[in-house]
Ligand binder design. Structure first.
Ligand SMILES: NC(=O)c1ccc[n+]([C@@H]2O[C@H](COP(=O)([O-])OP(=O)(O)OC[C@H]3O[C@@H](n4cnc5c(N)ncnc54)[C@H](OP(=O)(O)O)[C@@H]3O)[C@@H](O)[C@H]2O)c1
Length: 245
C-alpha cells in the first residue's frame, strides 16, 4: 500500500513497485489511478479498509500546502492505528532531509510525524530525501517576477530525481526495516544561485537571476547546509540532465 499514490512521488513509485513484481494498492482522498482506493488521513475515513491486509506500507501522503499537523502528524497517528498489525512487516515513511534542522513549520510537522512512527512499535524505516528536481523546477517557475528571478544567496541543496528516489524506496521496501532514519539525495551539491542560473538558461533565457540575502534563522539554517544530507546513498541523474529533459 502506497499512501499518496497520486502525488509527485507516488505516481512514479507505484508503477515502479509493480514492475518489480509487488502487488500494489495506492491511497489518496479520491482513490484515483490504477489500484487506487480512497482514504483520508485528515479524518480517518476509509483508512482501515484501505490498509486491510497490507504487508508493506510506503507512507508518502502529505499536505504541505494545507494542514500538515492534521494530515502528516495526526494523520500518521491515524495510520498507525489503522494498519493491520498482524500482517504488516514494514512501514517505510517518506520524509525530508533537514526536518530536524530547518526552522520551517512544514518541516516541524514532518519531524513530529517521524516521532509518531518511532514511538509506534511498528517495523519502520524513515527515509529522508532531498528536493525532487521537478519540485525545484516548479518552485523556480513561481519565484520568477517578470524578467527577474530572485533567489537566496548562499543556500546549498542536493536535489534528486524522483525516479532515483522511487528506486531507492523500492530497495528499502525489500531490504526490511532499519528502525531508524536513513537519507537519500541527488548526485551533486549545488548552490541555489547556480541551480537557478542553469534553470533560467533553459526555461527562461530572458530572466536575470538576482542573488538575494535571506535574513533570520531560516536563511542561516540553509546557508549552513541544513538541507544537505549527512550520510546515505545518492541518485545518479543530475540537475543538468533533468533540465535537458
Ligand atoms: N516534493 C519534494 O521535493 C519532496 C522531497 C523530499 C521528500 N518529500 C516527501 O515525499 C512525500 C511525497 O511528496 P510529493 O511531492 O509526491 O507530494 P504531493 O505531490 O503533494 O502529493 C501528496 C499526496 O498526498 C495525498 N494526500 C494529501 N492529503 C491527504 C489526505 N488528507 N489523506 C490522504 N492522502 C492525502 C495526495 O492525494 P490527494 O490530494 O489526491 O488526496 C497526494 O497523493 C511527502 O511526504 C513529502 O514530504 C517531497
Amino acid at each position: 500500500m502506497v499512501t499518496g499514490g497520486t502525488g509527485r512521488l507516488g505516481r512514479v513509485l507505484v508503477p515502479h513497485l509493480g514492475e518489480e513484481g509487488h502487488r500494489v494498492r495506492q491511497m489518496s482522498r479520491r482513490g484515483a489511478g490504477p489500484g487506487g482506493v480512497r482514504g483520508d488521513l485528515a479524518t480517518g475515513r476509509d483508512l482501515r479498509p484501505a490498509l486491510a491486509g497490507a504487508e508493506v506500507v510506503v507512507h508518502a501522503a502529505s499536505d504541505p500546502r494545507g494542514d500538515p499537523w492534521e494530515v502528516d502528524v495526526a494523520g500518521t497517528r491515524r495510520l498507525v492505528e489503522a494498519v493491520d498489525r498482524s500482517r504488516l512487516t514494514h512501514l517505510v515513511h517518506v520524509s525530508i532531509v533537514g526536518v530536524d534542522r530547518v526552522p520551517l513549520g512544514y518541516y516541524r510537522a514532518k519531524y513530529a510525524a517521524e516521532q509518531v512512527l518511532l514511538a509506534s512499535g511498528l517495523p519502520v524505516t524513515l527515509v529522508r530525501i532531498t528536493q525532487f528536481h521537478g519540485f525545484v523546477d516548479e518552485l523556480l517557475g513561481t519565484a520568477r517576477r517578470g524578467r527577474l528571478l530572485p533567489v537566496p544567496v548562499g543556500w546549498r541543496v542536493r536535489p534528486v530525481d524522483v525516479a532515483d528516489a522511487a528506486g531507492h524506496l523500492a530497495g528499502r521496501v525489500t531490504a526490511g526495516p532499519t528502525g531508524g532514519v536513513v537519507e537519500f539525495s541527488g548526485p551533486e551539491e549545488l548552490s541555489v544561485v547556480d541551480l537557478a542560473r542553469s534553470w533560467a538558461a533553459v526555461r527562461a533565457p530572458a530572466a536575470r537571476v538576482v542573488p538575494t540575502p535571506v535574513p533570520g534563522r531560516l536563511g542561516a539554517a540553509l546557508r549552513e547546509g541544513g538541507a544537505l544530507p549527512r550520510r546515505g546513498d545518492h541518485g545518479r541523474r543530475t540537475w543538468a540532465e533533468h533540465l535537458r529533459g
